[in-house]
Design a protein around this ligand. Sequence first.
Ligand SMILES: *Cc1c(COP(=O)(O)O)cnc(C)c1O
Length: 389
Amino acid sequence: MTRSHIPVASPAFAGNEQRYVLECLESTQISSSGKFIDQFERSFAAFTDSKHAIACSNGTTALHLAMAALGVGPGDEVIVPTLTYIATANAVTFCGATPVFCDSDETTWNIDAGKIESLITSRTRGIIAVHLYGHPADMDAISRIARSRGLFVVEDAAEAHGALYKGRKVGSLSDVATFSFFGNKIITCGEGGALTTNDAHLASKIRLLRSNGMDPTRKYWFPVIGFNYRMSNLLAAVALAQLEKFEWHQARRWEVASLYQEILSNHPSLVRLPVEMPDVTHAFWMYSVVLKNHTADERCELIARLAKDGIETRPMFYPIHTMPPYAGTRRRLPVSEQVSAAGLSLPTHALLTKDDVRFVCERLIVHAQELTVSTRTAVVAPACVPVQI
Ligand SMILES: *Cc1c(COP(=O)(O)O)cnc(C)c1O
């Protein structure tokens, strides 16, 4: 059977995107002031149950702004999960501070709150909790540790728009939270980001730093050194249109995830499925599975075979502590290393049909069965080429 390409992620435009972008062009309001930025920030604050939302240029700059606004600097340490996108750690490094890597929880793959305390030193300033693949981190346990040790907590919610933790929206569960609207995220404007906080002082500091440090009451006067990390009105127009249709985007993802769950749960010997803890609502940015009885090379071969079927998949994030810029300490973080080596993210986006999902499952099962340890002999595994995010 020949099929068209099934990408791992895709934007979906189901609302006012075109109309709002045209409005920007017609009004010439394409730069970093305009009504869509204001509307998007107001709507996103409401969406995350936060007092303040600040739009910015992407999820990486959002993290950098959060670290800078919290005063992270040289000599400081910030505890981050090792199993996440590289930007979580880089934002700490950008400030001259050191990310300290924490292992993952076996069940949720998020930062293991039980392993945080042993990493705290006199230099520790805070913790970044990542809601990996859309599953909220264990925020109560993390906040309890942070409060008792006087640390800040930042949520990296780049993958978790709309996820709930004990009935509360992610983005409202920490000192400041960051989001991404990159092309493969749950809602997108191509490149974009936002921060949310209930702290008015932090919010104004973030606004100051976002715009080169310019005094909001005295134009072209710069009391501090800042960055140009603004979002344009053109992109805010797209982001606002996406946010207006959020429930549609979320419902489509949940349909995809539950069909994967329904089909793949019949194959417990082949794949471990993502869990959804009883007190959370998973956003399912990526439906990721962990292969059972497969080596890392077999995982790579599986990715290559699925690609031949027209199905794009991604290896799970490589643990950051194993990558060249951060590999210095050579510490082992065994849970992350094991999950990462066998983890696979399946196509998850709003444009997938039921037939697409069934086809992905069918081919995944066929190849995974062929590639189990028991039949390993004939496999020639290619080097695993890291896939672009
Ligand atoms: C995507 C992502 C980011 C970075 O967002 P960009 O908009 O691509 O800069 C940061 N953290 C996590 C966990 C992400 O998935």
